[in-house]
Design a protein around this ligand. Structure first.
Ligand SMILES: Nc1nc2c(ncn2[C@@H]2O[C@H](COP(=O)(O)OP(=O)(O)OP(=O)(O)O)[C@@H](O)[C@H]2O)c(=O)[nH]1
Length: 288
């Protein structure tokens, strides 16, 4: 899916003279792949140094070197069981695939034999809770919801109280992706965050995921910065990885915000969710 960067790097190396034109083109290619100007220049400079010392003789040497630089920037987030209930707050702007991702996670944990509860805390968008309820029925998990327009904090509070009473394992909280304005949205999310923290849920059992559409490039990075600033995220989930994702955004989120990637969505079915694998991601990205 990322063939374009790998192929461009291959074509570039075909010329094989490490002259100024080579490094300019290398930088342009990296920028086109959403790596951003600063990081692209940094990579290009590192390649220049390495090439000067005669270490990048073959195409494979060159790709391996670029891949190793990028590897430093991305990390996977790995699920760790912790005391129940574990609360996963799922955040993200409208249309990135939040509801679908929650359904996939519910399916995944339900298959593992865990008791999963969905909390419909997007009370702003009419029908958001209905959509979630449909998934809950299909998968066979419980859902806590209230009327449209009710307080999302109250939904989360109720969900945690009832999960604690029923000894349920995982609460997946769906949140609004849009409100009257951005400030309202972030304030509401901060309120939910505080309610969870005050509910005797330890840091190990409480994780905040931002869902990002992998095809949106620079926009995804700005969203990550905004949400991270508001509620201090734990990890990112990338959706639509099966579509035209360029991949560079993933690297920049890792590099700029130090956030690991937890899962990637690869389609619309419940089974289309994979744990993020950095090796596989990089070998796809640079076509190793
Ligand atoms: N190809 C592909 N499509 C996806 C993926 N994840 C979600 N989608 C699709 O993206 C669209 C939006 O997904 P939703 O889950 O409704 O998005 P949302 O973020 O919950 O949207 P709101 O509830 O409006 O905030 C749907 O058509 C999904 O089927 C994915 O990994 N790959």
């Amino acid at each position: 899916m990322f063939k374009s960067l790998g192929m461009k790097l291959k074509a570039l190396f075909g010329a094989k003279t490490y002259d100024e034109g080579f490094f300019e083109e290398l930088e342009d290619t990296l920028i086109e792949s959403d790596l951003g100007p600063r990081l692209s220049m940094e990579i290009s400079d590192m390649v220049r140094q390495e090439a000067k010392s005669g270490k990048l003789k073959t195409h494979a040497d060159f790709l391996r070197f670029v891949s190793d630089i990028l590897k430093e920037k991305v990390a996977p987030w790995v699920y760790q069981p912790a005391s129940s209930p574990q609360v996963f707050l799922v955040l993200g702007v409208n249309g990135v695939g939040k509801t679908t991702t929650i359904a996939k996670l519910a399916y995944h944990f339900h298959l593992q034999g865990k008791k999963v509860l969905l909390a419909a805390a997007d009370t702003f968008r009419a029908a958001a809770a209905d959509q979630l309820e449909l998934h809950a029925e299909r998968i066979g998990v419980r859902i806590v919801r209230q009327a449209d327009g009710s307080d999302p904090g109250a939904v989360v509070y109720d969900a945690i109280t009832s999960a604690q009473a029923r000894h349920e394992d995982i609460i997946l909280v769906d949140t609004a992706g849009r409100m009257h304005n951005k400030e309202n949205l972030l304030r509401e999310l901060q309120k939910i965050d505080k309610i969870i923290a005050n509910k005797n849920i330890s840091a190990d059992s409480y994780k905040k995921f931002l869902v990002l559409d992998a095809t949106t490039g620079q926009n995804a990075l700005s969203q990550a910065e905004l949400f991270h600033q508001a509620v201090k995220l734990d990890a990112v989930i990338l959706t639509k990885y099966d579509s035209a994702a360029k991949g560079g955004t993933v690297i920049r989120i890792g590099e700029k915000l130090g956030l690991p990637i937890a899962y990637v969505g690869t389609g619309e079915k419940y089974t289309d969710l994979e744990s993020f694998n950095a090796e596989k991601f990089l070998s796809d990205l640079v076509s190793l």
